[in-house]
Design a protein around this ligand. Sequence first.
Ligand code: SAH
Length: 480
Amino acid sequence: MDYLPLFFDLKGRQVLLVGGGDVALRKARLLARAGALISVVAHEVDPELRELLENHHGQIIIGGYHSVLLDDKVLVIAATDDERVNESVHYDAVARALPVNVVDNPPLCTFVFPAIVDRSPIVIGISSGGQSPVLARLLRARLETLIPSGYSRLGQLVGRFRDQVKARLGSVGERRVFWEKVLQGQVAERVFAGQDEAAERLLEEQIQAGNAGHQVGEVYLVGAGPGDPELLTFKALRLMQQADIVFYDRLVSAEVLDLCRRDADLVYVGKQRDNHAVPQEGINQLLIDHARAGKRVVRLKGGDPFIFGRGGEELEQLKEAGIPFQVVPGITAASACSTYSGIPLTHRQYAQSVRFVTGQLKNRGSELNYAELVHPNQTIVFYMGLHTLRTLCNGLVAHGKSDTTPVAIVSKGTSAEQQILIGTLADIADKQDQAQLPAPAMIIVGEVVELQSKLAWFGDGAAAPRMNLAQQTRAYDEQL
Ligand code: SAH
């Protein structure tokens, strides 16, 4: 180990910063966050640095560096572009046994600044010992994504109760077990869900009981996105990684499922259009039963759980049963298919609004409000519309939409098998009869579909020269 990581309490202590430019400003920001009293010495001082010093009781000395400025300081940083000055600062500081950092010059440093993940009171410093600051920063970015920002509030909460727990639980071993359960259980989850008061009440109860052992479980209703695992949210991934049991739908991709905790039980409860593996009431009951048994239950749904996902219904039942839950949004198919096919859903020129509509029709389409759907300058996105495609197209045309309106079918959006079929309200149903693109598929109706030939970027087809809509229609007509 080249450097020993230590955490320096700088609150109210004097630090000398030599230099007044950009680099000095970056260091000053860090020092100010740690509550240091900063003195800057420089011939010129960056206005932003000047303002920061004014706001943090700092001091500016206009002029050259002199060793006398080291008096009363506990730490020194040299951030000038004058090598001679930097060297003097180094030797003067070493002579006085003061810790010194010369920015970007490891041989002249007695300490280095780590890359920092700040979830105060939890702080993580990552150092490459000056060998590769970029590598340290990349690692930092990875940690930032793994550690929820709620850790900060969690740290503060448990900090407030530390003494109480010490008084309640005699042995170090007991306290360790207690805190491990608290920090991985519902108290932590309540904090991450923004329910700090509930978390505090629960923690108080657990301290009184002298044990954080017995807990009701919890249900996480998690949007798994459209298929590409990179489109999961950090929160979804975190909850999937701590699940005891996962109930998932047909639309959840294998790659996404693969990211659940290794030891979790994975249970398929998916449904096909008319064939439910487990009926909805059964799913609700499964969630409740497992949560009551103290499990952390993840209910994983394709796309977003609140968009044609029946997520609301499942939650109503949980609420009635008194089971705590959290909901994590996911990227919905409309959004995913739009972006991955290069069809913006709105566009200054073509569409000022967009409607998400279910294409699942009960009475041959009579319950759809076509009059509202046919408004000009509006994109319509149909979920679950593949099997009613012809009815939908005919309905729109019968209510006044031009039959030349462009239509796209995006099948298996975001996956390696994504396919796109382009047509018009007049011919897309025939084209689909021929092409037989498989479900799941989204149908996008509107002028914005024209942009696909220009903006496609994903998948093999995107790299090849593309035909525009007129060319495609001609090619198709020639085929017939
Ligand atoms: N809650 C989901 C939608 C469930 S309804 C969401 O927010 O995306 C199921 C319909 O979603 C399917 O019939 C299909 O129209 C659409 N769908 C879901 N995933 C899709 C995908 N990867 N590609 C195309 N359509 C998809």
